[in-house]
Write a protein that binds this ligand. Structure first.
Ligand SMILES: Cc1cc2nc3c(=O)[nH]c(=O)nc-3n(C[C@H](O)[C@H](O)[C@H](O)COP(=O)(O)O)c2cc1C
Length: 177
């Protein structure tokens, strides 16, 4: 927790006391996957992923297609954040889900979406979030087409063979407003 986070009204939360419904919070309200540092960072919207328990740890699962610019930052860093927003920020999430930081100057994507970087626990989220999960990478692997029991999903979701990279990450801190 930084002084800035206290000023913004963030508090460290007990993960077991959280009342999060992942189907609603990820699937409907969406989240931002953000990674980087004070020098440079990037963010993208995600509506797929999960929250659960693996290897005796509280984890988040995120899936990122290889062409996302955010993937480079997630791959370079030990940690990333998943952040969640009040409903009036949905336009910002739509923007971050339809524009790539690859085509912009440093920091321009977040700024254009009206988001202010917030540096937390060696990674990045945004001041406008109402919940931030700090996630430390544990495992990653590409989605393998050979693994599909329902092969119709391959034609439906991967006509370009751009199989997601799946990341399982330990949730090391939760901050809520
Ligand atoms: C609602 C919504 C959900 C999305 N979910 C994902 C996702 O789970 N994984 C993914 O790779 N892309 C997802 N995207 C697409 C990326 O957010 C989008 O391609 C974004 O522009 C990537 O930005 P970047 O290139 O700056 O990383 C989603 C987009 C929207 C609008």
């Amino acid at each position: 927790m930084t002084e800035r986070m206290t000023e913004l009204g963030f508090k460290a939360a007990d993960i077991k006391a959280l009342d999060i419904n992942p189907f609603k919070n990820i699937g409907d309200r969406w989240m931002l996957i953000t990674a980087g540092d004070e020098n440079d960072s990037n963010t993208m919207t995600a509506s797929w992923g999960g929250l659960g328990v693996m290897w005796g740890k509280n984890v988040a699962i995120a899936v990122i297609r290889p062409q996302r610019y955010t993937k480079k930052f997630v791959d370079e860093q030990e940690s990333f954040t998943l952040s969640f927003y009040p409903d009036d920020k949905k336009p910002a999430l739509s923007y971050c889900g339809s524009h790539s930081g690859k085509d912009m100057a440093k920091g321009e994507k977040a700024a254009a979406a009206g988001l202010t970087p917030l540096y937390v626990d060696g990674t990045v989220a945004y001041e406008e979030a109402d919940m931030i999960l700090v996630c430390k990478k544990l495992y990653e692997a590409p989605v393998d087409p050979k693994g599909f029991a329902d092969e119709s999903l391959i034609a439906k979701w991967y006509p370009d063979s751009d199989f997601h990279e799946a990341y399982v990450a330990e949730i090391t801190a939760v901050y809520t407003k």
